[in-house]
Write a protein that binds this ligand. Sequence first.
Ligand SMILES: C[S@@+](CC[C@H](N)C(=O)[O-])C[C@H]1O[C@@H](n2cnc3c(N)ncnc32)[C@H](O)[C@@H]1O
Length: 237
Amino acid sequence: MTPQPVTTPHVSAPAPTIATREPTTGSVDGKTNPKPPASPTPKGPDWWLMMKAFFKQGKRIASFAPSSRFMARKILDGINWETAKHIVELGAGTGPITAEMVKRAKPHTKLVVIELDPTLCGRLRDRFRETPNVDVVLGDATKFGELLTERGIPQVDHVLSGLPLPSFPAVARDTILETAARTLTPDGTFRQLTIMPLIYYKLYRRYFENVRFRFVPFNLPPGGVYVCRGYRGSPAN
Ligand SMILES: C[S@@+](CC[C@H](N)C(=O)[O-])C[C@H]1O[C@@H](n2cnc3c(N)ncnc32)[C@H](O)[C@@H]1O
């Protein structure tokens, strides 16, 4: 495979460095009642919200449509729901992957779902407000270590990312992958979706010993999932 540039017209946004936090819906301890959404509840179907967000701030959103259910199923493939206690989703958008997780998650599996865009976060809060094991966080994925600490979560079983990670500044990408490596259980995986099949295989191989790619033809556009294990450290070190 030939090395590919890491910046493309589709995905090129720098990761914002600020963390915007508001009260969450649901609770990872399952004890508190869902709170009313702090961001206004957006109107319109998911594809419309994604398309609007894409045209407004394309680089950071990276995709003009939510992931298909085929993509969502593929990113979750092989997760052991009997044993999984904590799963983090970074860049959840309107929640197509969250929705598939909710179908599979046992009551003991807590899902921490992080999204930076307030409108998309509003959709997530509205959609999962009655789901006690989903904790929707309006925040920056580069801060997800702190967000987990605040919630008393030392370890997670899997990190699922919908972020346009290849186009993040290297420092932000390193932070996210280091945090994932530090918090994952020994059998845990970092799973990254893409709408550019295999293009970034080499990039993820720089960070992980073991990278498997799963192609997803039924997605708009076709894409896939990288399933990564065995963090090697930042390529910069
Ligand atoms: C390609 S979309 C994926 C959305 C959703 N996971 C899906 O599969 O349809 C990328 C998402 O990452 C979010 N995002 C981008 N940068 C982020 C950051 N630093 N922290 C949290 N979310 C971020 C965007 O707002 C957008 O919703």
